[in-house]
Design a protein around this ligand. Structure first.
Ligand SMILES: Cc1cc2nc3c(=O)[nH]c(=O)nc-3n(C[C@H](O)[C@H](O)[C@H](O)COP(=O)(O)OP(=O)(O)OC[C@H]3O[C@@H](n4cnc5c(N)ncnc54)[C@H](O)[C@@H]3O)c2cc1C
Length: 562
C-alpha cells in the first residue's frame, strides 16, 4: 500500500508540476539568478584564479612528471611497487622544488610542492607527506636550531628517510592514551625509551612497513634529542614548559599535524577533480541510443555536475583554510575546526580510498571536534536558530540558500545542545562532575546527529566561501562559477529534504521549484556539447599526462594496444 501511495504521489508530481506551483511566484529563470554563461571563458584564467600561489612551481613539477618513471604501471608486485615509490620520491626530491624548512618559512610553497604529487601518484604523495610533513614538519615545529641543523639537510636530500611513530596498537584516535615510556636517567643524561606492553607497540607507521611493528627495548637516546621548543628537561631532570596545562601542551604538540591534514584534504579534493574530469570528458563524447551523448541525459547530469560543483566548493574552502592558517597570527581553534571538517568532508566525498578517512584523525572523531566547537560557542552566545522566512520563489537566491544551510546547522546545534543541557541540569544536584558526565553521555547518545552537524557546518561554510569567491572572480568567470555555487547549495538542500520539510523550513512548492531550477541549471551547463563543463574541468589545470584514464580521451581506441 505504501508503495502504491508513493507511485501515485510521484505520478501526480510529474503530471501536475505547473499546478502545484500555482499561487507561487514563477520559478525565477536561471539566467536571472546566475547571469548569462559565457561558454568562451579561458580555462587557464580560471586555473590562475583558483590556484593563487606557486603557479610556476606547480607547472614545472607537473611538466617534470612526464618522466617515464612516473608513468603508471598496474602490473607490478607489492615489493616492486614500494621500491618504485621510493625511486619516484628520490627523483622528485632531487629537483629541490622546496625545502623541509619551508614548512615554517614558506608553507604555501611547501604545500604546493606536495600537492602536485597527489595528481600523479597518491602512494608517492603519502610517502612524501610522511617524510616531509609528519617527520620533517615535526622537527621544524617542535625542534630548535640544533635539531634543524642536524636533521634537515638529510631530510631534504632523502639520505635520512623519515617516519612518524605516534599511533600504537592499542591507541589510535586516543593519542593521549599512548603507553610508550620516556624515562630520564639523570646519571647518564639520557632518555630511556621503552615499550612496556604489546598494546604500546608502534603500529601503522608509514615508511617503516618493511620492518613491521616497532618496539623499544630500553633504547637510550641523548637528552639533546628531545624536540624542546615547547617543553624541555634540564640536566638535573627538571621539566619546564611555557604551557602550564597538559591540554595546552598536547594542543601545541599535535597542532603541527594540521598541515598534513590540509594536504590530505587537498589529496581527496584533487582525486575527486581527476575522477570528475575523466567522467565528464567521457560523457561528452560517448553517444548511446543513436547520436545522443550520455551527458545529455538528465540522470547523468545529476550524477556528474553536482560532483563538479563539490570539487570547486571544497577547493575554495581549502583556499580559505590556507588564508587562515598562514595568516601572520592564525587563530589556532579556527584552523583546527576548519581543517578537521574539511579533511573529513573531502575524504568522505572520495569514497574509494579508505585510509584517508582514517589517518591524521579519524573522520568521525574529527567531525565530533567540529561539532564540539560549535556547541561551545553556541552555549556562550545563547543564540536561537533563525527559521528561514522564505517567500515564494525565494529559496533560489544565493542568500536564501545560505540561510537554509545555516538553519540546518543551527537547528542541530539547538537539538544536541538542548539535550546536553537538560541532562546536565538533571544531574546538577549531585555535583559539577556528575553534571559534566551527564552532558557527555547525552553528547554520545546523539553521535549520529553530531556527525550530521559536522557535515551541516561544512556545507554552510563551503557554500558561503564559494559565494564569496564568485564575487571576487574575474567578470568572465562569474556566471559559470555562480551556477556551480548554486548547484552545490541546492544539491545539499535537496539531499536533506526530509529535514527541511519536517522543520517546515521549506514548503512543497518550494521543493518543486528547487527541483525544476536544479534541472534547468544542469541543462544549461551541459548544453552545447558540454563545452562549459569541459572548460570548468580544464580550469583545474590537470595536464593530459596526469589524467591516466584512456576513456577520458578517444575511448574508441581502448583495447587496441592490449
Ligand atoms: C595506512 C595507514 C598509515 C598510517 N600511518 C601512520 C603513521 O605514519 N604514523 C602514525 O603515528 N600513525 C599512522 N597511522 C595510524 C592512524 O593515524 C590511525 O589508524 C588512526 O589514528 C585511527 O586509529 P585506529 O586505527 O587505532 O582506530 P580507532 O581509533 O580504534 O578507531 C576505530 C573505529 O572506531 C571509531 N571510533 C574511535 N573512537 C571513537 C569515538 N570517540 N567516537 C566515535 N567513534 C569512534 C572510529 O570512527 C573508527 O571507525 C596510519 C594508519 C593507516 C591505516
Amino acid at each position: 500500500m505504501a508503495a502504491q501511495r508513493r507511485v501515485a504521489a510521484l505520478t501526480r508530481q510529474l503530471t501536475s508540476a505547473p499546478a502545484e506551483l500555482e499561487g507561487f511566484d514563477p520559478v525565477p529563470a536561471v539566467s536571472d539568478v546566475v547571469g548569462e554563461t559565457d561558454t568562451a571563458f579561458d580555462p587557464r584564467k580560471l586555473y590562475e584564479f583558483i590556484t593563487r600561489d606557486n603557479i610556476q612551481l606547480r607547472d614545472a613539477a607537473m611538466e617534470f612528471m612526464q618522466d617515464d618513471l612516473y608513468k603508471p604501471n598496474y602490473y607490478q608486485g607489492l615489493m616492486d611497487f614500494r621500491e618504485q615509490t621510493l625511486q619516484r620520491l628520490q627523483k622528485f626530491v632531487d629537483q629541490r622544488y622546496f625545502q623541509t624548512m619551508d614548512y615554517l618559512k614558506n608553507p604555501r610553497k611547501f604545500m604546493a610542492g606536495l600537492e602536485v604529487l597527489a595528481l600523479c601518484d597518491y602512494s608517492l604523495a603519502i610517502k612524501a607527506g610522511v617524510h616531509f610533513t609528519l617527520c620533517g614538519g615535526t622537527i621544524c615545529k617542535l625542534g630548535t636550531a640544533k635539531h634543524h641543523e642536524k636533521y634537515l639537510p638529510g631530510l631534504d636530500s632523502l639520505e635520512l628517510p623519515g617516519c612518524f611513530g605516534m599511533t600504537e596498537l592499542g591507541h589510535g584516535s586516543n593519542v593521549l592514551g599512548i603507553e610508550t615510556q620516556a624515562v630520564f636517567d639523570k646519571d647518564t643524561g639520557e632518555f630511556v625509551i621503552h615499550t612496556p606492553t604489546d598494546t604500546a607497540s608502534k603500529f601503522w607507521i608509514g615508511g617503516s612497513a618493511q620492518h613491521g611493528k616497532i618496539w623499544f627495548e630500553h633504547v637510550r637516546i641523548p637528552r639533546d634529542a628531545l624536540l624542546n621548543r615547547f617543553a624541555d628537561v634540564a640536566a638535573d631532570g627538571t621539566y619546564s614548559s611555557p604551557f602550564p596545562t597538559v591540554g595546552q601542551r598536547f594542543g601545541v604538540t599535535v597542532g603541527g599535524l594540521t598541515t598534513g591534514r590540509m594536504l590530505i584534504a587537498g589529496g581527496g579534493i584533487d582525486a575527486s577533480k581527476i575522477g570528475v574530469c575523466i567522467a565528464i570528458a567521457y560523457a561528452c563524447q560517448r553517444p548511446q541510443f543513436g547520436s545522443r551523448y550520455i551527458m545529455e541525459y538528465l540522470t547523468h547530469q545529476r550524477r556528474l555536475v553536482p560532483a563538479l560543483a563539490t570539487c570547486y566548493a571544497m577547493h575554495f574552502t581549502l583556499c580559505a583554510l590556507k588564508d587562515i592558517a598562514f595568516s601572520p597570527k592564525p587563530d589556532a581553534k579556527a584552523v583546527h575546526v576548519l581543517s578537521s571538517g574539511l579533511k573529513a568532508a573531502a575524504t568522505w566525498n572520495r569514497t574509494d580510498f579508505d585510509v584517508d578517512t582514517t589517518f591524521e584523525g579519524d573522520n568521525t572523531v574529527l567531525m565530533q571536534q567540529v561539532a564540539k566547537a560549535l556547541l561551545e560557542s553556541a552555549a556562550k552566545s545563547k543564540s536561537k536558530p533563525q527559521q528561514p522566512a522564505l517567500g515564494p520563489g525565494q529559496a533560489l537566491t544565493p542568500a536564501s540558500i545560505q540561510q537554509l544551510l545555516q538553519f540546518r546547522q543551527d537547528a542541530l546545534v539547538a537539538q544536541i545542545g538542548g539535550e546536553m543541557q537538560q541532562a546536565s541540569q538533571a544531574a546538577a544536584s549531585t555535583g559539577g562532575k556528575a553534571a559534566a558526565a551527564a552532558a557527555n553521555s547525552a553528547f554520545d547518545a546523539n553521535l549520529d546527529l553530531v556527525v550530521a552537524l559536522g557535515w551541516a557546518h561544512m556545507e554552510a561554510r563551503s557554500h558561503q566561501i564559494f559565494q564569496d569567491e564568485v564575487a571576487q572572480a574575474p567578470q568572465q568567470l562569474q556566471a559559470p562559477l555562480r551556477s556551480l555555487a548554486l548547484l552545490f547549495g541546492l544539491s545539499r538542500v535537496e539531499r536533506n529534504a526530509a529535514f527541511y520539510l519536517s522543520q517546515n523550513a521549506l514548503s512543497r512548492p518550494h521543493f518543486q521549484a528547487v527541483r525544476l531550477f536544479v534541472n534547468e541549471t544542469l541543462s544549461r551547463l551541459s548544453s552545447n556539447g558540454g563545452e562549459t563543463l569541459l572548460r570548468l574541468c580544464a580550469g583545474f589545470g590537470i595536464p593530459d599526462h596526469l589524467i591516466q584514464a584512456p576513456i577520458a580521451f578517444d575511448w574508441r581506441c581502448i583495447g587496441r594496444d592490449l
